[in-house]
Design a protein around this ligand. Structure first.
Ligand code: MN
Length: 248
């Protein structure tokens, strides 16, 4: 619970001040806030399930919106309702999907088959523009296109990019910040480095390298394009299967 709950006092402070106080200070202030015991996201999911089961739609809608704030994705909300429809009633699902549509809007749901909880960053779209320079499926989400361009890149297990060089006549290069999963970074002529969340890689301009997922794990890293003069990527040969399969 990042912010103090005031829904009780806002809506019922005059009519039912004790109820409002219990809602804001005890239910939310003392129970929902116990995130070490159960995360706000988990609390949202069970509360959504309970309200769905009881058919309490106004509260359900409020809790679907709160769940979104707590990190429940659109895909997860849809999945919760799909499963609960079997336990609680088909028509309840029909009544609930429009609320999810309204709360999440046209937001892209996470691409099919991509774990929805890799990191706090969006997965974005299939990386079709660069697919010819990758083995396997990758996804690209622009996080910033101003000042310093930053992209979130998601690699399915076994996916990696070709050897490539970030050229620049001044400045330039790339930084990688691993945010999820496990993968590899390798410079030409050097041993591969294993990447874990929190690892930072500084790639100077002109250095031939590749990056990608481990064979058995998704990888997600932020790619920061360091501004430079005449910056341009040169794409080279793929990382061959034999060399890649030696990485454990
Ligand atoms: Mn690179």
């Amino acid at each position: 619970m990042s912010k103090k709950q005031t829904a009780g006092r806002d809506n019922l402070g005059k009519l039912a001040p004790k109820f409002a106080e219990l809602n804001d200070d005890v239910l939310f202030g003392e129970v929902w806030s116990r995130e070490k015991e159960l995360s706000a996201r988990d609390r949202s999911m069970i509360t959504i399930a309970a309200l769905f089961s009881a058919g309490l739609y106004p509260q359900l809608k409020a809790h679907l919106a709160l769940g979104k704030e707590h990190g429940v994705t659109k895909q997860e909300a849809v999945e919760i309702v799909t499963q609960l429809a079997f336990y609680c009633g088909w028509p309840k699902a029909w009544s609930t999907f429009p609320m999810i549509a309204e709360i999440y809007g046209e937001e892209e749901s996470v691409a099919e088959g991509v774990p929805s909880n890799l990191s706090v960053f969006p997965v974005g779209q299939k990386n079709d523009a660069f697919a010819q320079y990758f083995i396997g499926q990758s996804y690209l989400a622009p996080l910033s296109l101003e000042q310093v361009p930053v992209f979130n890149v998601t690699f399915e297990p076994g996916c990696r990019n070709n050897w490539h060089i970030h050229h620049a006549s001044e400045g330039g290069g790339q930084m990688l910040i691993c945010v999820s999963g496990r993968g590899w970074y390798q410079e030409w002529g050097k041993d591969p480095l294993e990447l874990h969340p929190g690892d930072v890689v500084n790639i100077p301009a002109g250095v031939k390298h590749w990056h990608g997922a481990a064979a058995d794990s998704w990888l997600q890293h932020l790619a920061i394009e360091v501004p430079g003069k005449d910056a341009k990527a040169e794409w080279l040969e793929p990382v061959d299967d034999e060399r890649y399969s030696e990485l454990k």
